[in-house]
Design a protein around this ligand. Structure first.
Ligand SMILES: *[C@@H]1O[C@H](CO)[C@@H](O)[C@H](O)[C@H]1NC(C)=O
Ligand SMILES: *[C@@H]1O[C@H](CO)[C@@H](O)[C@H](O)[C@H]1NC(C)=O
Ligand SMILES: *[C@@H]1O[C@H](CO)[C@@H](O)[C@H](O)[C@H]1NC(C)=O
Length: 539
């Protein structure tokens, strides 16, 4: 399947290249390896407000399906549903901001729509007039819709609805649109952008484009198709509200922040098997701003390379949806296993004892202990095994396993994503076993294959091993750049956010769950469940 896809793509690209008299660039496993951390993080952040805000310059193009029955909201100045292209918000508060009558008090007639005024934030500005009452007062309306069938959208990752000049629009303006005729400001350009994107996706039979700013939204290309209007409610004038609209923005931001970890409600299904990313290609993505070297952007690549990416993604997107592997689920399992652990190991506030427990905990999972004389259940020993190398392989492959049963069906996107994700897990796992080797080297009497790192060794060499390993952990955490690390944590690295979970937990953990230090989270902590009939899990 992947082979066929590659051939098809190569064919299509070759056609384009013949016209252009050059070899087009194609997705490349070497690029997937070189950009492994960025691809990993893009998959982790897809459809999530937190990471997509931090890594705001999106490189990803992902076909998504919004199921029938999903609610959307539209704020504007007309009671009737818009004709043609308009904006839909995933959150009520986002649309409500645009459902306010535009600024200006009673008596001050604000300009009516259709007089050329675009809303401050451009989105959801009405373009089809109406909404003015007899005195010329503009009224706002909050419209609620639901999808009457599955809607097929093109999701542009990052903060792709951010009307900025720092790279958030590159996937649209530099790849999909390639329109140099930008007129007026970046906001005035928004309607033209929407029109151009809709022209492209409707040709594939799709319904719109999904993007993100403070909140996720859809540029919906034809309101007469696939949407049912549930209500259209006229909103109060500002002076008629008890409290004006001073708190609209914090309420909107809080609603957007509820989606930091995902849109929720099963509202969007992402086809990662059809994902195309600029990171798959051998292009120059260096920042064009010397003051922000961290700010990679698609717009830094050569125009002809961006044309090749566009030709490639068109060839992928005309094919039916695939949904072979949900790579975000794979990534989530990796982050959940390693994130807090690596953070603890990188932190100087964590004691050497806890550091060693963390390291042993995560490495020994994958390490087969050598036999010792007298073992009863000893299989035949093969002495020439490299147990460490085996353990690293086991560790790196562990969380990629769910993707393997359908490997025969993998698309090229699946194969490229797999390359990136294994690059990341191999890096994590080999660093962990490197740290273990440093500790084993620091214990003088350790056998080469010592199963247990000796505890409580206070020697200078042990201290040095902790320092060296901590530096490796710190460097690893920095390079992985998981956006979860930027989130303020409820508890410190040496604590657990604890509720009573049988067979553990004191009454306080049930009635007032909170942060509990590791050393207090012991088997003795179980008063809530008294009296105990049996004590199967305790010393
Ligand atoms: C919008 O959808 C309606 C209903 O399916 C259809 O009749 C109309 O032609 C569509 N408009 C455009 C511009 O495609
Ligand atoms: C990549 O782009 C940056 C910024 O435009 C430029 O300074 C650099 O020379 C380019 N590198 C290559 C290898 O073309
Ligand atoms: C075993 O594998 C590890 C990791 O690849 C390597 O660092 C080490 O040198 C190998 N040991 C032997 C004895 O070959």
């Amino acid at each position: 399947m992947a082979v066929i896809a590659v051939k098809l793509v190569a064919l299509l690209a070759a056609v384009a290249a013949v016209q252009a008299d050059r070899d087009p660039i194609l997705p490349f496993h070497e690029s997937a390896r070189a950009n492994a951390n960025r691809i990993f993080n893009a998959i982790h952040s897809a459809g999530r407000q937190w990471g997509s805000s931090l890594n705001h310059n999106g490189f990803g193009f992902i076909p998504v399906v919004v199921p029938a029955g999903t609610s959307f909201y539209h704020g504007g100045y007309a009671e009737e549903p818009p004709r043609g292209i308009e904006w839909l918000a995933f959150e009520v508060e986002h649309a409500e901001f645009f459902a306010r009558p535009p600024g200006g008090r009673h008596g001050h007639r604000p300009p009516c729509p259709g007089e050329g005024q675009l809303h401050l934030l451009a989105d959801q500005a009405e373009t089809d007039g109406g909404g003015c009452d007899e005195e010329g007062r503009v009224r706002g309306y909050l419209q609620t819709y639901h999808t009457t069938r599955d809607a097929q959208l093109l999701y542009l990752d990052g903060t792709s609805a951010g009307k900025t000049l720092i790279g958030t629009l590159d996937s649209q303006d530099e790849v999909l649109r390639q329109d140099d005729s930008r007129q007026g400001g970046i906001i005035e350009d928004e309607m033209k952008r929407a029109k151009a994107l809709c022209d492209m996706v409707t040709e594939w039979g799709w319904d719109g484009i999904m993007r993100m700013e403070a909140g996720f939204e859809v540029i919906y290309c034809n309101f007469s198709s696939g949407l049912h209007l549930d209500s259209s409610l006229r909103t109060l004038l500002v002076e008629d509200r008890m409290k004006g609209d001073a708190n609209l923005i914090p309420l909107w931001l809080r609603a957007a922040a509820e989606r930091y970890d995902g849109i929720g409600g099963d509202r969007v299904r992402m086809d990662f098997s059809s994902m195309v990313s600029g990171f798959f290609f051998p292009i120059n993505i260096s920042s064009t701003d010397p003051e922000r070297p961290d700010l990679v952007r698609l717009g830094a690549a050569k125009r002809e390379h961006l044309q090749d990416i566009k030709a490639y993604l068109q060839s992928v997107f005309v094919e039916p949806r695939k949904f072979v592997v949900n790579w975000q689920a794979v990534v989530d399992m990796i982050v959940a296993r390693f994130d807090k652990r690596l953070a603890a190991m990188a932190s100087t506030s964590v004691s050497p004892d806890l550091f060693i427990s963390e390291l042993e905990g995560i490495t020994l999972t994958y390490y087969e202990a050598p036999g010792v004389p007298g073992d009863i259940t000893l299989a035949r020993e093969e002495d020439d095994r490299n147990r460490t190398a085996e353990a690293i392989d086991r560790c790196a492959a562990h969380y990629l396993r769910p993707a393997s049963p359908r490997q025969q069906e993998w698309t090229l996107s699946d194969a490229l994503i797999h390359t990136s994700l294994t690059t990341v897990t191999q890096r994590i796992c080999s660093d962990l076993f490197l740290m273990r080797a440093i500790f084993l080297g620091a214990v003088p009497d350790a056998a080469p294959d010592a199963y247990l790192i000796k505890r409580g060794v206070k020697s200078a060499s042990m201290k040095q091993a902790v320092d060296e390993s901590r530096a490796i952990a710190r460097n690893l955490v920095q390079e992985l750049a998981w956006t979860t690390r930027k989130k303020p944590q409820v508890c410190s690295e040496e604590e657990i956010l604890l509720t009573a979970m049988w067979p553990f937990g004191d009454s306080v953990d049930h009635f007032n769950p909170g942060c509990v230090p590791f050393e207090e989270a012991t088997a003795r902590r179980r008063s809530y469940w008294q009296p105990l009939e049996q004590r199967p899990y305790v010393e």
